[in-house]
Write a protein that binds this ligand. Sequence first.
Ligand code: GDP
Length: 476
Amino acid sequence: DSITVAELAKRMGEKAADLVKSLFNMGMMVTVNQTVDQDTAELLVNEFGHKVQRVSESDVDIDTSEDVDPEDTLKSRPPVVTIMGHVDHGKTSLLDAIRGADVAAGEAGGITQHIGAYQVTPKGGDPITFLDTPGHEAFTEMRARGANVTDIVILVVAADDGLKPQTIEAINHTKAANVPMIVAINKIDKDGANPQKVREELLQHEVIVEAMSGDVQDVEVSAKKKTNIDKLLEAINLQAELLELKANPDRAADATVVEAKLDKGRGPVATVLIQRGTLKVGDTFVAGPAAGKVRALVDDHGRRVKEAGPSFPVEVLGLSALPSAGDPFTVVENEARAREVADYRQRKLDEQRTTAAPMSLENMFAKKGAQTIQFPMIIKADVQGTAEAINAAVNKISTEEIEVRVLHSGVGAITESDVTLAASTGAPIIGFNVRPNAKAREVANREQVEFRYYDVIYHLTDWVKEAMAGELGPEI
Ligand code: GDP
């Protein structure tokens, strides 16, 4: 854990320049915006004659991992579904077609609102919640932040196009997340449609559908003609039943932010998905670095609701600031507590932003949770095929303890935006037969971002393995 000199000075009530001088006398060249570690901070505090009071993270932040609901409080809840697949295979069309199949909407009225998630109740079936942002980027991003909200993945494959790179990526992400999959073979209305070929191609990626004697459900659909949408929803209901999804609705709400935006008239608005408990108007909460009190709850039909239970998506009004997708949203006992946690998280974010400590292998491994250490990196290559190959190669090195995470990969010179991403995440930038442009180099110098250049993939993977071994000790 570390703190910027400026922040430390503020908390000690001393001048930052005096701290810098003192550090200099200890042999450390540090500017006010750079960070020092806890031991150094303690030394400084003593040096200035103050008392050290270490506040552990768990004293300030909320940790719900130990707070498990007793079995007898659990009630069944709707599944949360994410749609993935290759671009143009029909993800958006399918989301629209499914939304149109909601029977509850017609009865209650209201206009469809895109709030980031919606719930449908199919005719004769049970409610299902869909995340409205298709694609695996959102899915992986949320997961990376520890938000595992998806219970079931619908993999859309166009029957006239078959498996494509993003289909395969979606399969890999789904498998990595251990989330069950249902295959929607789309565009069966088209002339060149060949559903059987899709099934065979899936086989090559170890997705064995029921029609091929496997246990992955597959449904032939046409999002355009709205064919078999009911069958797809039935398949989801069936899968959900097998999963026996449950949550305790009678407690303070724990939710996850799925979308957040600054609304002109309403201020910061976040769509949250309730994971357990019931969120009510008037509840005090923390959402990432934002705090607030629920002023109003709005559902996916633009209707005001008084409360929202497990798996229910609602827009929350009454936030002090904007959280990010994937941030935990937790109801707390009072405003003082909400403020304390939100301030603490905001401070941590500010520190991360202002940290200009030289990039070292230690701080490259951003620690996440107790078990997994993340090894982030950004990859730029000269051609798409190479970028994909590198991606696959480094991902394969991930172990139980360390997860290699490619934050971004692309083609072309290393740009300023790559460097900004690197600076904010502590990731090195890997240039494969490419170099940074002048602007990127300039920003990188200032932010002390590390570049590594390669032209042979295994040289790169060797380095990654070495770095990982260094982090974990010799047992790897
Ligand atoms: P996304 O990129 O995966 O979200 O795909 P879209 O939903 O935007 O669909 C891409 C294109 O395929 C659009 O022009 C859709 O009209 C078309 N499309 C989607 N589903 C079907 C379908 O079932 N049949 C036909 N013929 N076209 C479809």
